[in-house]
Write a protein that binds this ligand. Structure first.
Ligand SMILES: *Cc1c(COP(=O)(O)O)cnc(C)c1O
Length: 391
């Protein structure tokens, strides 16, 4: 007899419940910057990627409201009449900000990564990736059918070994700049030197670096002193520090032309709403100018790390607003997250398969929308708990 999908779903659900891995979507209400409303209660929000507090910035809200008079939808894909002035202006603003000849908009970071990787790589090409790279980078290489090899986290020597063992394949070296669940920064200068030595191309995903690190918030590559020729495929997203939605790949004329012609997630989809693109031009300006917010954010990071360390928490080597507290089992992580929520803090638990087995954690992320008092309150709540979560 043919097996039924309903049986599979019931079985998979039961397994998730049993291992503490069932996920559910919660609905957030309207809230002030730095806060989240869940089940009608306002909590201090340590779960968002709104690092500069731009998602509810009055000037960004005003920009989107004004732009909305031009209409809502782009009406078509970029290649079939959906590419508006606002998209063009945003691509130019982004390219100019990060110092690249060209930039190309995608609807999401997930689509930018899968589109760029599957357009660039073929079945005979080598794709060498950090073990902790974001899922969209892994999926892009798989979609391309490339020879995907993964190196030990942040280990340029291991990456070198993988590249050296396959000297005859065209090769793309790929890394997150700031790792989304660990918060550490990739050894970007070493990776760039390695790519150069091996005649490989380097692709860096700056989803959590753009707006946060580097001069004018240009990202971790810029902070490491790398320029466009060091990182031929540069990726950024607009849904995190830029407070909006969308993503971008930056590179040479030749790269962008190739993506326009062959990245399927660019070609076969509706362009972003032009009003949103217009608002994101304003977001780029705000992020460029946000040195005060970046300085405040660094103060919060240092304050949190000193405080958490004094309380006996083991911290990962992160200088970014992503400050995970490794708990271990999924059940303990969920338990700690619930205790903090009861005390007024939203610190979501992140469990496998998003993170490796045995490293379930609270992914605490700081934002310029927080005050030092917000962080102090969280530290106090972390200190008051039973010692069960301390590693
Ligand atoms: C969030 C994220 C993405 C995906 O970006 P979206 O625009 O949300 O699809 C890609 N890479 C990394 C490292 C991310 O953290």
């Amino acid at each position: 007899m043919r097996p039924a999908f309903s049986t599979k779903l019931t079985h998979d659900h039961a397994k998730r419940v049993e291992s503490g891995l069932l996920r559910r979507v919660r609905t957030a209400g309207d809230a002030r910057p730095g806060r989240i409303v869940l089940d009608g209660r306002e909590l201090i929000d340590f779960g968002s990627n709104d690092y500069l507090g731009l998602a509810r910035h009055p000037r960004l809200i005003e920009a989107l409201t004004m732009a909305a008079t031009i209409g809502v939808g782009a009406r078509a894909s970029h290649l079939l009449g959906g590419h508006h002035d606002a998209h063009e202006a945003l691509q130019r603003a982004l390219a100019e900000w990060i110092g690249y000849p060209r930039a190309l908009l995608f609807s999401t970071g997930y689509m930018a990564a899968t589109g760029a990787l599957s357009a660039l790589l073929g079945r005979h090409d080598l794709c060498v990736q950090d073990r902790l790279n974001h899922a969209c980078l892994i999926d892009g290489a798989r979609l391309a059918g490339a020879d995907l090899r993964r190196f030990a986290h942040a280990d340029a020597v291991d990456a070198a070994r993988l590249l050296a063992s396959r000297p005859d394949q065209r090769a793309l070296l790929v890394s997150d700049s700031v790792f989304s669940m660990d918060g550490d920064v990739a050894p970007l200068a070493e990776l760039a030197a390695l790519a150069q030595r091996e005649r490989a191309w380097l692709m860096v995903d700056e989803a959590h670096g753009l707006g946060v690190l580097g001069p004018q918030g240009r990202g971790a590559c810029a902070a490491a002193g790398l320029a466009a020729h060091d990182v031929p495929v540069w990726m950024g997203t607009l849904g995190k520090a830029l407070g909006g939605f969308g993503a971008v790949i930056a590179g040479s004329e030749a790269l962008i032309d190739a993506l326009v012609n062959s990245a399927r997630s660019y070609i076969y989809t509706t362009a972003l709403p032009p009003a949103l693109a217009q608002a994101m031009v304003v977001a780029v300006g705000l992020a460029r100018e946000a040195d005060a917010e970046r300085a405040h954010l660094q103060t919060l990071v240092a304050h949190f790390r000193i405080g958490a360390c004094e309380l006996g928490w083991k911290l990962l080597p992160s200088v970014t607003p992503i400050q995970p507290l490794i708990v271990g089992t999924s059940a303990d992580a969920v338990d700690l997250s619930r205790q903090l929520e009861a005390a007024g803090f939203y610190c979501p638990a992140v469990r496998p398969p998003t993170v490796p087995k045995g490293s379930a954690r609270l992914r605490i992320s700081l934002s310029a929308a927080h005050t030092v008092e917000d962080v102090d309150a969280l530290l106090q709540a972390l200190g008051k708990r039973e010692s069960a979560g301390h590693v």
